[in-house]
Write a protein that binds this ligand. Structure first.
Ligand SMILES: *[C@@H]1O[C@H](CO)[C@@H](O)[C@H](O)[C@H]1NC(C)=O
Ligand SMILES: *[C@@H]1O[C@H](CO)[C@@H](O)[C@H](O)[C@H]1NC(C)=O
Length: 403
């Protein structure tokens, strides 16, 4: 990126205002109680970290996979880095509820029951997540949804020791998600256990605009797949709502694909870097029991994780782009700034970030820490920083003004 010809990214505030008006005209829920926090569970001060079964295993899950994954999170050191949620996705329950109307773990794959699994996971110092759906059936149609059974199911989850609920949007009754999702929020609050509530509404009705009192995170996109195009398009869709993320409630561009094999190492580094700087949930989606050294280098990068878990909880924005070259930046605690230079084009290219685009006073002298090289650059920077960035690669820094 040369000189200052780069055009700024359009200001999305007006888009949000229009969308908000449209949504308010379609539902009365957010109009009648826009500010009341239904979900005062005190969770998610920083984005959640852990693992989820879907991206790698789909419906082919059983209790051994969940236990071995919990074991692997501990033995690899990932748990110590903050990856504490072990989240079971779709297909864990019998298709038919028991005589009392309760969900039951699938006998053939979860014979010990979900409570025993929660006990196992808790003994390792981890937390167990589960999955349901704000409809009649889940997306796989292999288990019932919770629509009309919210209180009963929330009670079951709490009694088993569940710590996190991902709540999908398939096979519903056509009513508004702004009506269906808060029913589960209230049921979880009544159930007597703090349970992280993840709204998997796919961004259909812009949950970033109404999700904060309802959930601890909300999907802003439909499902990710393990390709560069899918990944960057979700990053873009999620970026639009940056101003609406905050401690307690996060934008969610879907789970990580790092380690599943569909992208190059550089592309997975871009994936992890954008998710981290965007304060997205960091939910590993590969088989951690046999994660390669390369995968571990990415998901176990402490310095990048620290950006994600920064106490301010400010989601970075794309502050400037020129064609395929992008500058993402966001404020961190202690007057620091996280900077990500992304090259989406086919050739290596140089990218310059200017202080006035990234919220640093123009005369500040800045020290730069390269988070993937793990080194503090000797040079001190005034006014701008330039780096050469590989095709489908990135450079990520923490910038610290030193005068
Ligand atoms: C990964 O590890 C599990 C359990 O250790 C094993 O059953 C599975 O075959 C392994 N997969 C690959 C691809 O090596
Ligand atoms: C970067 O800043 C330096 C002064 O510190 C200036 O000499 C240089 O021209 C700037 N580079 C760009 C590309 O603006």
């Amino acid at each position: 990126m040369e000189g200052r010809e780069g055009y700024g990214v359009p200001n999305f505030s007006w888009v949000l205002v229009i969308v908000l008006i449209v949504i308010m005209s379609m539902t009365d829920v957010c109009v009648s109680s826009p500010r009341r926090n239904l979900l005062a569970n005190g969770l998610a001060k920083t984005p959640p970290m852990g693992w989820n079964s879907w991206n790698h295993f789909n419906c082919k899950i059983d209790e051994n996979i969940i236990k071995e994954t919990a074991d692997a999170l501990v033995s690899t050191g990932l748990a110590k880095l903050g990856y504490i949620y072990v989240n079971i996705d779709d297909c864990w329950a019998e298709l038919v509820r028991d005589k009392e109307g309760n969900l039951v773990g699938k006998k053939s794959t979860f014979p010990s029951g979900i409570k025993a699994l929660a006990d196992y996971v808790h003994r390792k110092g981890l937390k167990l997540g589960i999955y349901s759906d704000a409809g009649y059936f889940t997306c796989s149609k292999q288990m019932p949804g919770s629509l009309g059974h919210e209180e009963k199911d929330a009670k079951s989850f709490a009694s088993w020791g569940i710590d996190y609920l991902k709540y999908d949007n398939c096979n519903n009754d056509g009513s508004n998600p702004t009506v269906r999702y808060p029913v589960m929020t209230r049921s979880l609050m009544k159930a007597g256990r703090p349970i992280f509530f993840s709204l998997c509404e796919w961004g259909d009705m812009h949950p970033a605009l109404w999700g904060a009192p309802v959930g601890n995170s909300w999907r802003t996109t439909n499902d990710i797949s393990d390709t560069w195009e899918s990944m960057v398009s979700r990053a873009d869709m999620n970026e639009v709502y940056a101003e609406l993320a905050r401690p307690g409630g996060w934008n969610d561009p879907d789970m990580l694909e790092v380690g599943n094999g569909g992208m190059t190492k550089d592309e997975y580094i871009v994936h992890f870097s954008i998710w981290a700087i965007s304060k997205a949930p960091l939910l590993i989606g590969c088989d951690v029991r046999n994660a390669t050294k390369e995968t571990m280098e990415i998901i176990a990068n402490k310095e990048v994780i620290a950006v994600n878990q920064d106490s301010l909880g400010i989601q970075a924005k794309k502050v400037r782009m020129q064609g395929d070259l992008e500058i993402w930046a966001g404020q961190l605690s202690r007057y620091r700034v996280a900077l990500l230079l992304v090259n989406r084009g086919p050739w290596r290219n140089s990218i310059t970030a200017h202080w006035d685009d990234i919220g640093i006073p123009p005369s500040s002298v800045v020290q730069a820490r390269d988070l993937w090289e793990h080194k503090t650059l000797k040079e001190q920077f005034v006014g701008n920083l330039t780096a050469t960035v590989n095709s489908h690669g990135c450079k990520m820094y923490v910038l610290k003004p030193i005068s």
